[in-house]
Design a protein around this ligand. Structure first.
Ligand code: ADP
Ligand code: ASP
Ligand code: MG
Length: 399
């Protein structure tokens, strides 16, 4: 039976940890599993490489960054294959390129166009444990790309989709919790969650799974499980289709996104062209907008949006080159925290927003931009109010 396992950075942070995982994988192989093992870079290697790059160039090109960052995962997979070989298991490591991940050319957040798994399948058929470097691919022109932070999850799910087999993601928490346990230690674990809610939670900041990995799992119906490394089958979370279970609570969980920014434009004449030129500027710079807000008063338009601090900085740089648009920017507020309450139950339960904003008011916590979707309510707050707001809301909704 084919199976994809994925091990995150903290799980492979030391040679001892790699050895312990290798022992378990060798055992599973003996039990008859045909394993593809996706690994992340060891510990905080990726952050270390980013810092290293900045020592030689304060704004390195994205192409070279991708080339550098991809090496983190390559270290892990070769070490994992060596560890397996030391245990007498037949194993082979593969880079993104070797394992057939073809992506578009958007360096630092490339999309997978196709995966040519012939070599992976050939090695599986030969009885090898195939250890694939996460987070990376190659363009049709042969440039190395990376899939965005946390992208090894996407590698794992994508390959499971292509091989039509389950995907088990192993990490440093034993389940997906209703709230990040690092911020709210009393949070309750979820034994299962729908693809839709997990996608929304991930997109809104629950970094436990990368959003695109959940999107792919939903699209291709991949059986997705998340649990703690070396605790297989215990009390992890299964991500599955929504219709399989009944939701009894309006709110499933809270996502927390840090380092958010709000960018406000003002005094634009009310014509479609001005806004369109700003959106073009935004998309030229590959900026993902979260909450967009437009108001029209006396024939003038003001609008604001939220994005990550990092993207706000990139936008500011781009605006420096485009004085006309720059003149329209009123304000860029940095370092905010965005909280989002997520739950399919919200579509049918009323009064969630009232409870949210009553709770914040009771705590005297100011909130800024608000946005909603069918299954979420998001707003930004000052970062120093994060713990208090999360705790009060988690208690209010019994998370
Ligand atoms: P890995 O390196 O294994 O990919 P990550 O750091 O990307 O691990 O993801 C695991 C972390 O996600 C946990 O340590 C936890 O703090 C954080 N996290 C955020 N939101 C949640 C949540 N809702 N449930 C569980 N963990 C969460
Ligand atoms: N090493 C990459 C990162 O730190 C990818 C991953 O861990 O999934 O973002
Ligand atoms: Mg991760």
């Amino acid at each position: 039976m084919r199976l994809v396992h994925k091990y995150g950075g903290s799980s492979v942070a030391t040679p001892e940890k790699i050895m312990a995982i290798a022992r378990r994988l060798a055992q599973l192989k003996k039990e008859g599993k045909d394993l593809v093992v996706v690994c992340s870079a060891m510990g905080k290697t990726t952050n270390g490489l980013i810092a290293l790059a900045r020592q030689v160039n304060p704004s390195p090109s994205k192409r070279e960054m991708d080339a550098l960052l991809s090496t983190g995962e390559i270290q892990t997979v070769s070490l994992m294959a060596m560890a397996l070989q030391a245990l007498g298991a037949d194993a082979i490591s593969m880079t993104g390129f070797q394992s057939g991940f073809i992506t578009n050319a958007v360096h630092s957040k490339a999309f997978i166009k196709e995966i040519n798994t012939q070599r992976v399948e050939q090695y599986l058929d030969e009885g090898k444990i195939v250890v694939v470097a996460g987070f990376q691919g190659i363009t049709e022109d042969g440039h190395i790309t990376t899939l965005g932070r946390g992208g090894s999850d996407t590698t794992a799910v994508a390959i499971a989709a292509k091989l039509d087999c389950p995907c088990e993601i192993y990490t440093d928490v034993d389940a997906v919790y209703r709230v990040d346990p690092r911020i709210y230690p009393n949070a309750k674990p979820l034994s299962r969650i729908s693809y839709e809610e997990m996608m929304e939670m991930a997109a809104l900041g629950a970094g436990v799974l990368e959003t695109r990995s959940v999107e792919l799992a939903k699209k291709y119906g991949v059986e997705l499980y998340l649990g703690r490394t070396l605790e297989e089958g215990k009390k992890g979370t299964t991500v599955m289709s929504q219709q399989v279970f009944f939701e009894e609570m309006p709110v499933t969980g809270i996502s927390i996104k840090e380092h958010c920014a709000i960018v406000t434009f003002r005094h634009m004449d009310y014509n479609a062209g001005t806004a369109a030129s700003i959106f073009r500027l935004i998309s030229r710079n590959n900026i993902n907008l979260d909450m967009i807000n437009q108001t029209i008063l006396d024939g003038k338009v003001a609008f604001s949006f939220s994005c990550s601090d990092e993207q706000a900085a990139e936008l500011e740089e781009a605006l420096g080159r485009e004085p006309e648009e720059k003149a329209l920017v009123l304000d860029i507020r940095r370092d905010l925290t965005q909280l989002s309450l997520v739950g399919v139950g919200m579509a049918t339960h009323t009064g969630v927003a009232t409870r949210v904003f009553d709770t914040l008011a009771r705590c005297g916590i100011p909130y800024y931009q608000i946005t909603t979707s069918e299954i979420s309510i998001s707003f930004t707050i000052d970062k120093e109010n994060k713990e208090q707001a999360v705790t009060a809301l988690a208690q209010e909704f019994d998370l």
